[in-house]
Design a protein around this ligand. Sequence first.
Ligand code: ADP
Ligand code: MG
Length: 692
Amino acid sequence: MKNSPKKSADQHNDLDGIGTPIVRTKLSRLGITRAQDLLLFFPLRYEDETRIFRIAEAPERDLVQIEVTVAQAKVEFRPRRQLVVTVEDDTGSVILRFLHFYPNQQRMLEVGARIRVVGELRMGRHRLREMVHPRVKKINENNPLPSTLTPVYPTTKGLSQPSIRKAVAQAFTIADQSDTLLPSCLTDLGLPSFAETVSMLHRPSSDVDPKVLKDSRGIFWGRISFDELLAQQLIMRKNYDKREQYTAPLMKPNTIEMKTFLDQLNFQLTNAQNRVLAEIQTDMAGRVPMRRLLQGDVGSGKTVIAALAALQAIGSGYQAALMVPTEILSAQHFKKIEEWLTVLGITVERLTGSLTQKERALVSEKIASGTAQLIVGTHALFQDDVIFNNLGLVIIDEQHRFGVKQRLALIGKGANRLNQTHQLMMSATPIPRSLAMSFFGDLDVSALDELPPGRVPITTKLVSNTRREEVFQRVQETCHMGQQVYWVCPLIEESEVLQLETAIQSHEIIQVRFPKLRVGIVHGRMKSKDKTAVMEQFTNGGVDLLVATTVIEVGVDVPNATVMVIENAERMGLSQLHQLRGRIGRGACASTCILLYGQKLTDIARARLKIIYENIDGFEVAQADLQLRGPGEILGARQSGMPMLRYADIERDTLFLEAARRFAPEFLAHHPKLAERHIDRWYGSREKYSEV
Ligand code: ADP
Ligand code: MG
């Protein structure tokens, strides 16, 4: 990222009076553009230079400071060239060892020199205590002992600790340190004031036990975590409330149409499906735009809910759009939903990037005229040239695959700015409670917490690559029973081409190995038409074994497939494995997922595979994934909507998170100015966060 100093200075006068222009540029690289930001830029750790230890009393293996006189200094060559300095005070002596040293260091360490040394004491050779590469300062009137602990900040190339410390000290004289929290709130939570907190964390007095500062559960860090979580909740809450200003189309459910729809299904909705459907229907019948996240584990039956929501919009005279992340999924949803909805005389169209110009023009026309009532599509849906006649409902399947901007682009196609569309987002990556509360706080959440009846649980097996032959046997038996198999090739992040090669290779090997089986292949580089054709064959039972890359990861629904083999499973993320595994276990027969792994498993890889092996519940997997990888990875594209947390940890600070969530609406309602100041303090200099 290029960051010209002039530009950043123009945009943010707020660092004026702090550091040199170069320092300001470097600071901006760390995201610091205002004095206020420096106050919230906290040290990683502290060093205690306020105390002088006497050599005899200094503890080993801790960072200590001693004040000593140089008794001897010499360059030794054994085992390698090094400067060895003996220093002493009244109580004993210590050896300082420097493996790299400069002439001026050598001069400073002349015999008789009085120096202050900071380092870690260890027992060296011949039972003499020594310090390797300590920091050394000459004692003079320019460097009296500091009265506060020395903070050590995270930094960037070319920005020294002293420069940051100086900038922070300057910020203290400029930046507002008054509190944004009410005294009553602080008392309730047992937290210190903002001023005390920043002062404590940046320049803790020497009588504070450094352990208190290190302890992320202590009150000072606690105050910071709460502050940050509160700022996040306030933003979320504001977004949530902003909806009230908009009017969405009223859509009443039509019971007759619904009955016709449900009667043709060869199953009954589960209780959970009925419950979330009612929640969605209530939202859509209201005047406030729906912003609902429907989360339900893979196979919990979200598609039929999407179709029913679309039915309600269309029945009320509006168009509905269903956006999905892959071509394969768009084909599958289109086929299924069209079948369900044509019974009601509803026109469903499909819009994807792979249509010919002519086809695309035709579909676009139907969308613009309103002939197309439900449009199922991929990213093609939100391109500029797509104009809807009367879009009232946007459904986004596998929402975690889309970014905020993409979501907004599609929503922007609603009738007009005030008359906002309803939105239903669906995700099979279950969101742990803490994540749902923090990063999804601006949405209403419905949960499908029940799988359709009659499903036999999936058995997961971990099998070493060396036992491939047994796996081949198993595959053959399965196909002979008339069931189908997925053979998933490893995700090779470095190279899509490489992934393709392995898929093609595996396909050949399997074909040769099982000449009687009908073996198909599907991968990302195939023409969309060919992909769809192969998937259709697999769905209709015309292919026994499907070799696939991770293109089948989301949404694919073939109930007769009962075995999935995943090659090099250790290379894949947990959520991805869970999604893949969710492609089987969709019918009434027992299913098995075989995770093949290479010889050398790292500890982390082993831990990850163990989680998948032990948990069939997506919620547990997601929780474990959150602990293993942190929220950033799991949130994926949504990251661009809301900045990550810097200090708070939603797992560690759950209690603060809950408190912030309770507190935010009240705070916004009764003290809006203070709330704005609070948001500004934390997020004022960041890129504008997402809106609805
Ligand atoms: P997902 O939530 O992963 O998107 P799908 O919507 O693809 O799940 O549904 C998985 C399978 O379960 C589909 O074949 C679907 O037709 C079927 N299904 C959905 N609801 C029910 C139900 N209530 N009873 C039986 N089968 C159902
Ligand atoms: Mg789905």
